[in-house]
Write a protein that binds this ligand. Sequence first.
Ligand SMILES: NC(=O)c1ccc[n+]([C@@H]2O[C@H](COP(=O)([O-])OP(=O)(O)OC[C@H]3O[C@@H](n4cnc5c(N)ncnc54)[C@H](OP(=O)(O)O)[C@@H]3O)[C@@H](O)[C@H]2O)c1
Length: 214
Amino acid sequence: MTKQTSRSSSTPSRVVLVGAGGLIGRSILERLQTQGQLDDVVRLSRSTRPRLDLEDPASIEQALAALAPFDHVIVAAGEAHFAPLPELRESSFTLGLRSKLMGQVRVALAALPHLRPGGSITLTSGALSHAPARGSTPAALVNGAIDAFVRGVAFELQDGRRINAVSPSWITETLLRFDMDPQQGTSATEVAELYLHALRSELHGSVIARIPDA
Ligand SMILES: NC(=O)c1ccc[n+]([C@@H]2O[C@H](COP(=O)([O-])OP(=O)(O)OC[C@H]3O[C@@H](n4cnc5c(N)ncnc54)[C@H](OP(=O)(O)O)[C@@H]3O)[C@@H](O)[C@H]2O)c1
């Protein structure tokens, strides 16, 4: 079977980056810019024009339709609450389900009709799904569901378009912000490489936590 490529190498690929202003998003943007191949990067979040709010389905549909067609969609955004077990209530899960999980599911489903052949969708989960920390249960639940969503969609999406999740571990800057030990952290630059790998490799249905050895 002939491998489908997204566009000819002389044509810039359009990359839609949700959460471009965040810690991870800024690093992805830097990597995309310095590598110079993907120079049509559209930044989206609640504070951009067009505006995209993961919790507002209409804003997702409208923003993606306005930018279509595109080659790659990356979501490096989505919130979840943290709460230790004694404080864990049903409401502790609401933000993560509404924002990080269903927000990314909405983006993926809304993006698919506008994704060029050979294009990719990359979502963000996180290592808390398998390496919990105190208070992390709501975020862990959502991360695991995102990984399962990606595998499920990839199983049925077999036309050359791809979907993956990047599952970052704690980023050093975030650990410092929470007064945690920065030694266990990864740099945002290293994490950004995982997203670029998702774009450029042939991975499909993968949960990417590190770049596989060549
Ligand atoms: N930092 C870490 O250590 C780490 C580790 C593992 C996984 N992650 C995951 O990676 C993702 C990004 O983390 P980060 O540390 O880069 O976050 P961050 O620095 O807080 O940035 C979040 C970005 O997402 C946008 N955003 C937030 N809520 C949104 C919404 N409802 N709709 C649209 N955009 C929204 C924000 O822009 P606006 O405010 O303008 O909307 C901002 O650009 C999160 O899902 C996080 O759980 C982070």
